[in-house]
Write a protein that binds this ligand. Structure first.
Ligand code: SF4
Length: 340
């Protein structure tokens, strides 16, 4: 029987997308290993439909190290690649008794690993950092320029849900502008909703697109505020989702149907990129170098004259100038460019 390898996924959805080149590479050059992805339910749902996996191991939200170790042990794997840099993920793999445990050294967790890659100290592409883990198994690595691109699949179930929602609201034939204002990282990444609404209003004056407002259930209050701001701007045709949030499968399908994604530097922009949808992304407190993959359809907007950026702080200690100084007219122009 072939060897089983677990890939422990990170939790942030953008990082899960960044892991897809590693999964594709393991399928191609993994010497017949059975590859199992382990992670939280949203991460697994995001990967649903990809052909690069032989199985999924759900680690319930809130599961402690002992519970996670039990789930990992039950898979009977001989190897595990740890994509999160947390101490707890390494401890769970160690307690599961998996013989080969590879990950980055951090927080002294090298003691729990059998193969430790160096800690990363400067901004570097997450997809390539994850790919390097294949080398810890003795597998060849692709040259940088030949690394697989991030990739996701939209499922039939997701499409059915998205189409049903669009039909219910009378937008079955409409062109969509996906707008994802939120970021789990923190409010520092969020463009003020009044400015965002003004930008979207300028776009829909020129193109008959319907803004579809996307975000996680935790972002419902932000989506509601954006919906109200759009109403105040006179945008009558819009599709809010805060009362009935789209799950991951439907989110992928709605993004696939969109002409452009406009949003924060967060998960949806990486999902859109992996689906080949143009993205206009507002960067502020974070260094774009971490996420500079699958950029062929990305229009980044960033103030170059803000000396405190990138600060990588979740909450701005100043006046949020990295975001507030991006004019909505510039945002609207970028969206129209991206969608032309
Ligand atoms: S400190 Fe500067 S870079 Fe950081 S969030 Fe505030 S304005 Fe933006």
């Amino acid at each position: 029987m072939s060897r089983a390898l677990i890939v422990r996924l990170p939790n942030p959805l953008g990082d899960v997308v960044a892991a897809t080149p590693l999964l594709a590479w393991l399928r191609r050059r993994g010497e017949g290993r059975r590859v199992l992805a382990a992670g939280r339910a949203p991460a697994l749902e995001l990967l649903d439909g990809l052909e690069d996996l032989d199985g999924l191991l759900e680690i319930p939200a809130g599961a402690g190290v002992r519970a996670e170790a039990r789930i990992l042990r039950g898979a009977g794997a001989q190897e595990i690649l740890l994509l999160p840099n947390s101490w707890s993920s390494a401890l769970a793999a160690h307690r599961a008794g998996i013989p080969v445990r590879a990950g980055r050294g951090r927080h002294g967790r090298g003691l729990l690993l059998t193969k430790t890659l160096p800690r990363i100290r400067r901004a570097a592409r997450m997809d390539l950092l994850y790919l390097e883990l294949a080398g810890a198994l003795g597998l060849p690595l692709p040259p940088r320029e030949a690394a697989p691109a991030t990739r996701l699949a939209v499922t039939a179930e997701g499409r059915t849900r998205a189409e049903a929602r669009l039909r219910r609201h009378g937008f079955a034939e409409a062109g969509l502008l996906a707008v994802s204002p939120g970021a789990a990282f923190g409010p520092s990444k969020v463009y003020p909703v009044e400015l965002l609404a003004r930008a979207v209003a300028r776009v829909v004056e020129k193109r008959a697109w319907v803004p579809v407002l996307l975000g996680s259930p935790a972002e419902a209050p932000l989506l509601r505020r954006l919906d109200e701001a759009l109403q105040a701007e006179g945008v009558r045709q819009r599709l809010p989702t805060h009362e009935e949030p789209a799950g991951i499968a439907e989110l992928k399908a709605l993004l696939e149907r969109s002409r452009v994604l406009l949003g924060a530097d967060a998960g949806p922009r990486h999902i859109a990129a992996a689906l080949g949808v143009p993205q206009v992304v507002l960067f502020g407190p974070t260094h774009p170098g971490w996420s500079s993959f699958r950029t062929e359809r990305l229009l980044p907007l960033r103030r170059g004259d803000v000396s405190c950026s990138p600060c990588h702080k979740a909450i701005c200690p100043l006046d949020h100038r990295c975001m507030t100084r991006i004019p909505p007219e510039e945002v609207a122009f970028a969206v129209l460019e991206a969608g032309s």
